[in-house]
Design a protein around this ligand. Structure first.
Ligand code: NAD
Length: 270
């Protein structure tokens, strides 16, 4: 499979270039950058910190889509509509990691997915997606005798809490229990909070050091406790998951897929 990388000089773009070059079953079709970017014309592999590969970074995303079997896009939401058009025009599979889309951008992705396979995920980590699936499954299996608490830790520079992934885990737990998360979520506790309410889902955030991202989901029941954890050591996990998704997309029909589909959790709404 020939894989193109849009935004190939970005933080994720460089990791994606490296991942494509070391993964069996795919070759690098090329990389694009936004108009006026200083990396245009430079060697795509060299920009990613590797030996030259002889492919220059282009500002012509149209040509990149034409030359690729799949394009992996971790760029900015504003360019998604244009990229969705190219994906449809050339039948290029599209792996979309960019976040922050508005309604019209999401609609353009949905429309293009009638013509080509598109995998879209807020988090491409294989491990985090398994954690979502397992959280939903455990929450559905264990009754309200088991209190669900989600604890996350991130580096000292993170400005929001709890993390989007922690909120996603809380949603997965609520889905597993068949309840509305808004009715049961306890976001942080402080002061005289009263006893814990049965069936509620707690969220707590720790901040410090250079922690890339840690998430624990605790099911605390009478006389026993189950804890499932994910620890991220590097953003490489997103690149690895995205390349896996691109390879997976070779054998599927047009449609809009999630990372859970890639991993074989076919109900897709975990
Ligand atoms: P970044 O700013 O380092 O990289 C984005 C790159 O896109 C830049 O190099 C920019 O020049 C390039 N770009 C802008 N316009 C372009 C255009 N028209 N054509 C081609 N390239 C263009 O950002 P980043 O940290 O790599 O993150 C990129 C996106 O990926 C963000 O939306 C981020 O939230 C998302 N992200 C998603 C996941 C996930 O797992 N889904 C993980 C990490 C980051």
């Amino acid at each position: 499979m020939k894989i193109g990388i849009t935004g190939c000089a970005g933080r994720m773009g460089q990791m994606l270039v490296r991942e494509v070059l070391v993964t069996d079953g795919c070759t690098l079709a090329g990389g694009s950058e936004g108009p006026g970017h200083t990396a245009i014309g430079q060697d795509v592999a060299q920009t990613a910190g590797l030996e030259e590969c002889g492919i220059a970074i282009t500002d012509n995303s149209d040509a990149l889509f034409a030359a690729s079997d799949a394009v992996i896009d971790f760029t900015i939401a504003q360019v998604t509509e244009g990229h969705a058009r190219f994906t449809k025009k050339y039948g290029t599979n599209f792996i979309l990691g960019t976040t922050g889309h508005d309604e019209s951008q999401l609609a353009s992705i949905e429309a293009a997915s009638a013509h080509v396979p598109i995998v879209k995920a807020m988090n491409f980590s294989v491990g985090v997606n398994l954690l979502f699936a397992l959280t939903k499954q455990l929450a559905g299996t264990l009754d309200e005798d088991f209190d669900i608490e989600i604890v996350e830790m991130h580096h000292r520079h993170k400005v929001d809490a709890p993390s989007g992934t922690a909120l996603g885990l809380a949603q997965a737990a609520a889905d597993g229990r068949g309840v509305d998360l808004n009715h049961v979520v306890d976001r942080g506790r402080d002061g005289i909070t009263g006893e814990r309410r049965r069936g509620h889902i707690g969220l707590a955030a720790l901040r410090g050091g250079d922690v890339v991202g840690e998430h624990d989901v605790v099911f605390a029941g009478p006389s026993e406790r189950i804890k499932i954890s994910h620890m991220a050591a590097s953003r490489e996990i997103f690149a690895r998951g995205a390349v896996r998704a691109a390879l997976w997309s070779a054998d599927v029909n047009p449609g809009l897929y999630s990372m859970l589909d890639v991993l074989g959790f076919s109900d897709g709404d975990t």
